[in-house]
Structures are given as C-alpha cells and as structure tokens.
Design a protein around this ligand. Structure first.
Ligand SMILES: NC(=O)c1ccc[n+]([C@@H]2O[C@H](COP(=O)([O-])OP(=O)(O)OC[C@H]3O[C@@H](n4cnc5c(N)ncnc54)[C@H](OP(=O)(O)O)[C@@H]3O)[C@@H](O)[C@H]2O)c1
Length: 415
C-alpha cells in the first residue's frame, strides 16, 4: 500500500494510507488566513474509537469559524486542546464535508463502508451527563464543534468523526454542493425552529441579517418553507436579486443607515435621540416591505455589536431576537426598557443537535432548500477562500473546496 495518495487518486477500497495531505494551521503561523493555512503531509488518523468512522473527504465546505482558528482569536484552538489524550500541536480545520465512509469503529451500526454522506459538525461524549440523561446534547459540557474545537476536520484527505454526525448525501447534489450547506443550514434551522414558542409559523415576519451570506441564504429558504415572511438585510443592491429569488419578501440595504454600533448612553439625550431616529427609520423600512405596521416576530442575529441594539428595538412585542454569533464584536448593548416593557426574548443559539441536523438535511434531500453553492475552489486555495471571507469579499451564499473530488459539479463516486 502506498504511504500517501495524490489528491483525486483513489486508494484501494478499505485501505487507509499511512500519510495524507492536509491544510494545516500551526501556532507559529497564526494570523490572516493567507498566512495561517499550509498544505502538509501528516499521519492519517486511522485509529478509531468504537463510535467513530473514517471518511474519505470528497469536498469541504468553508465557514467563518476557521477564519477565527487561523487568527488564533478569540480562542487559540490548539492550546485549548492541550490536555486532550490525543493532543496534536496543529489544527486541521473544516466543519463541513461530503465524502465516503472508508472505515468504521467497532460499535458503529448507523453507516457502513461505502456510504455516501454529508457530515454535521456537532460532537459530544455518549457518556456526557446531559446526553446520558436524555437531554439536548447541545447542552452537554462535552459538546464541541468538529473541525474547529476538535482536530481532524475536513480540510484533509481523510477525516475522523463520530458516526452520528453522518447523514445521507442528497443524491441530486454534486460533492461540492453537498459539502457547502450543513453547518450554516442546521444552525439556521435550530435558530428558527428550536426555541418554542418562537418557531417560525405561517405569516411570521422574520428579519434576517446578512441575507446573502452563508447563514442568511439558508434562513430565507427555511422561513419561506414554513410560510413565514423573510426580510433580508444586505449591504449592496447587487445582492437583492439573490435574496428575492430565494424567497425574501424584500431587502433593506443597511448602508442607507448610520446608527450602527454600540448604543449611546441613555443619559446622552442628543446621542440617544439620533440613534433612535435611525432605529425608527430602519423599523419603518421593515413595515414598508411587509405592507403594514407589523414588526418581526423573530430577528435572526449574528453580526452582534453593530446590530443587536437595532434588533432588540425592531423586534415585535413578545418576539424573539435569536443570536448565534458576534461577527462585529461581543459587546452588544441591550436597552432593557424595550426588552422588559415589550416582553421580548433575547435567545442564544449554537449549531444543532442530531434531530435539528437531520430535519434540515431532509429539506435539502427533498430539494426544498438549496445549498446556494456560489463557487468551488481547489484544495490549495483553502487559505485564500478564508481570506476572502475575512475581508467580506467572498461571493454570495456558500463556498466549497474540492478535496478528493476532481472537478466542480462532480456527482459520481470515484473508482
Ligand atoms: N454559533 C454557530 O453555530 C454558528 C454557525 C454558523 C455561523 N456562525 C457565525 O455566524 C457569523 C456569520 O456566518 P456566515 O457563514 O453567515 O458568514 P458570511 O457568509 O460571511 O455572512 C455574514 C453576513 O453578515 C453581513 N455583515 C457583515 N458585516 C455586517 C455588519 N457590520 N452589520 C450587519 N451585517 C453584516 C454580511 O452581509 P452584508 O454585508 O450584505 O450585510 C455577510 O454576508 C460568523 O461569525 C460565523 O462564525 C455561528
């Protein structure tokens, strides 16, 4: 058996080469993505725990989390794993993938060698206290994001994952399209359906920040499928068509407003009045699209510091602002008067459990939700693609990189 296979070259079925190619982040390269990622040849993680599988990666999806991993902030993901039994002084990122099951651990029954799968990025210990008690694994202390908080992500020829992470690959999708959607889609699905009674229902207005982004394009489609009224926020008019085709009722260009960022202090009458004028104008733009004075029952938040004050203000009485990130900063101010007087809910949400991921995957399998693959890049371009994302210069929707698949749009399994 060969020690290492070239990209696109198929190892003998069932054989695991000793070495593989991977895009690797090391602490001495922490910085902007162009510098942080480098292709290296390393040992294949062939030793599996009983509940794990080894997947031969066909394509990998690109997410913002490995921009953070490369920067080394807000968390040094390599240092944070120092005490793990299988600690390695490097990080192989990648939290989305399509691929083929290549080897299974001794206790795996849910998938078998040869199955074509997509991978969700939620990992947890089966004997974690919450998991054992039958609770939501997302609340278990052992919960981690594969390919960000854990090593052996999808930016390598092989990846090691827990079997429950593997879901059927939608047959109608190419390897690259199938790799592009799960992290953002399942996250959006949990945000919009898990936090009852605030799950999207027919006629609900839902404000979606970054409507043309990775999360946003999935959120628009989920809201549409549930009969809600998605309203997308964007930063340039060339994104309008994209969002409208996905089902947005209308788009608001945030560049037409300037009240973003932290709230002026409530004792600063002049500053606060100016902020409130901007926030009210933004609210009026929502009503104009809806066609009546109906505010969002749900606000889909992730920019954070720049937008949370407006989200809380614009949300309807009794509604919910649900947040999964703070891309622009973590000090998001809440004017408590709006929160308590109007009885609004400010809810954190993080990735998804198996049920959320499976239900979302079913929407994609049935063709109701499109992954919105915008562009496919090569394995060598993984650093470059993250750089585009870091600079908010990436194309609309979601991006993927080929790993062992040889061309964009490839649907057939290699022999
Ligand atoms: N917790 C989780 O489980 C989870 C899961 C997925 C993603 N995330 C996080 O969520 C964030 C977004 O992810 P993504 O994949 O959707 O990224 P993305 O594809 O880059 O989209 C983010 C969108 O946010 C908008 N945006 C950027 N700066 C903004 C600002 N100052 N104010 C308002 N909107 C702004 C941009 O749209 P416009 O410029 O057009 O407005 C951009 O398209 C990232 O921080 C990511 O790490 C968290």
């Amino acid at each position: 058996m060969k020690d290492c296979y070239a990209l696109g070259e198929t190892p003998k079925p069932g054989c695991v080469p000793a070495r593989m190619l991977a895009q690797v982040i090391r602490q001495d390269r922490f910085g902007e993505p162009n510098k942080a990622f480098k292709v290296e040849e390393i040992d294949t993680p062939a030793e599996l725990k009983p509940d794990e599988v080894l997947v031969w990666v066909m394509a990998a999806g690109i997410n913002y989390n490995n921009v953070w991993a490369g920067l080394g902030v807000p968390v040094d993901v390599i240092k944070s794993r120092q005490k793990d039994a299988d600690y390695q002084p490097f990080h192989i990122g990648g939290s989305d993938a399509s691929g083929i099951i290549w080897k299974t651990g001794s206790a795996v029954t849910s998938v078998k060698v040869g199955d074509q799968v997509v991978i969700h990025c939620g990992v947890w210990k089966a004997d974690g206290p919450v998991v054992k008690a039958g609770g939501d694994p997302m609340f278990d202390p052992s919960f981690r994001i594969w390919g960000y908080e854990t090593n052996w992500g999808s930016f390598a020829q092989f990846t090691r994952v827990q079997a429950h992470q593997c879901l059927p690959k939608p047959k109608h999708l190419s390897w690259d399209a199938a790799a592009a959607y799960m992290l953002v889609g399942a996250t959006a699905y949990r945000m919009l359906t898990n936090w009852t009674p605030h799950s999207v229902e027919k006629g609900d207005v839902v404000l979606i920040w970054g409507g043309a982004g990775g999360l946003g394009c999935q959120a628009i489609q989920i809201v549409r499928e549930r009969g809600g009224i998605p309203i997308a926020v964007i930063s340039s008019d060339d994104k309008v068509d994209f969002c409208m085709k996905l089902g947005a009722k209308g788009c608001i260009n945030r560049k037409k407003f300037s009240h973003w960022g932290r709230l002026p202090h409530w004792k600063d009458d002049k500053g606060y009045a100016e902020w409130a004028k901007g926030a009210r104008a933004f609210g009026a733009a929502i009503w104009e699209i809806v066609g009546e004075r109906k505010s969002p029952r749900i606000v889909f938040e992730h920019p954070g510091e720049d937008t949370v004050p407006t989200s809380i203000f614009a949300c309807d009485t009794g509604g919910m602002v649900v947040v999964c990130a703070g891309t622009t900063g973590y000090n998001a101010d809440v004017d408590l008067r709006y929160l308590w007087m109007r009885q609004k809910r400010f809810q954190g949400s993080h990735f998804a459990n198996d049920d959320n991921a499976r239900q979302f995957n079913d929407l994609v399998v049935s063709g109701k939700v499109d992954p919105c693959l915008s562009q496919t890049y090569t394995f060598d371009e993984i650093g470059h693609v993250h750089q585009l994302m870091f600079e908010n210069r990436h194309p609309h929707g979601n991006m993927a990189c080929l790993v062992n698949a040889t061309k964009p749009g490839q649907t057939e399994a290699p022999r």
